[in-house]
Design a protein. Structure first.
Length: 201
């Protein structure tokens, strides 16, 4: 949901900018011909084009942030969706025949996506191994410190290989740790290869 919302926000921002660049092309040329610096006020047409383009650019930036959050395995907070919803409903009521209603779609997607639980997809063999280890050890997440239930679909398993100086020997060269897979995904760089995928229900 969140990724779709982010892409829609970016698309709306691009379309918004493209339309106002075309509709305001004469005002933009006049701004350039007047020397660019301090050429907006007191011209109402130039003010409208300036703030309209600012809105489009900010929509693109915000869409990038939403997409980045989702790529990190994090949910976009619901309050952002509600704030967007309120803003564009009021805007739509003031200007019923505008394209502002389109922005209701990403706002609703953010709200819905924030309410959905997430599941982690791993292969069946790995899933069985994780649950067997959890039943035997009653593990806790090595990241958040919370307990992990054996039937928890968000459980993950890490084998940490310990590196020692050459003059030291270790009784255990590796250690097995358990974690919530979402905790792991949030704490490692996005380009780190992991055999799991965070999915929306």
């Amino acid at each position: 949901m969140g990724r779709i919302a982010g892409r829609l926000l970016m698309a709306i921002g691009v379309i918004h900018c493209a339309l106002f660049l075309w509709w305001g092309r004469r005002a933009l040329v006049a701004i350039w011909q007047d020397g660019f610096f301090n050429t907006i006020d007191p011209h109402k047409d130039r003010q409208m084009i300036f703030w309209s383009l600012c809105f489009g650019v900010l929509a693109i930036f915000l869409g990038q942030v939403v997409s980045w959050l989702e790529a990190q395995g994090k949910r976009t907070p619901a309050f952002l969706g509600w704030e967007f919803l309120a803003l564009f409903v009021v805007g739509g009521m003031l200007m019923p025949y505008s394209g502002g209603w389109l922005a209701l779609v990403p706002a609703l997607l953010i709200i819905i996506g924030s309410r959905h639980k997430r599941r982690v997809s791993v292969d069946a063999e790995t899933d069985a191994m994780i649950k067997e280890g959890l039943e035997a050890k009653g593990a806790i997440c090595c990241f958040c410190g919370q307990g992990i239930e054996p039937r928890d679909s968000h459980a993950g398993h890490i084998t940490v290989r310990l590196l020692y100086p050459k003059d030291q020997k270790a009784a255990e060269p590796s250690q097995e740790l358990y974690c919530h897979a979402l905790c792991l995904r949030e704490r490692v760089p996005p380009n780190t290869p992991l055999v799991l995928e965070v999915l929306d229900n």
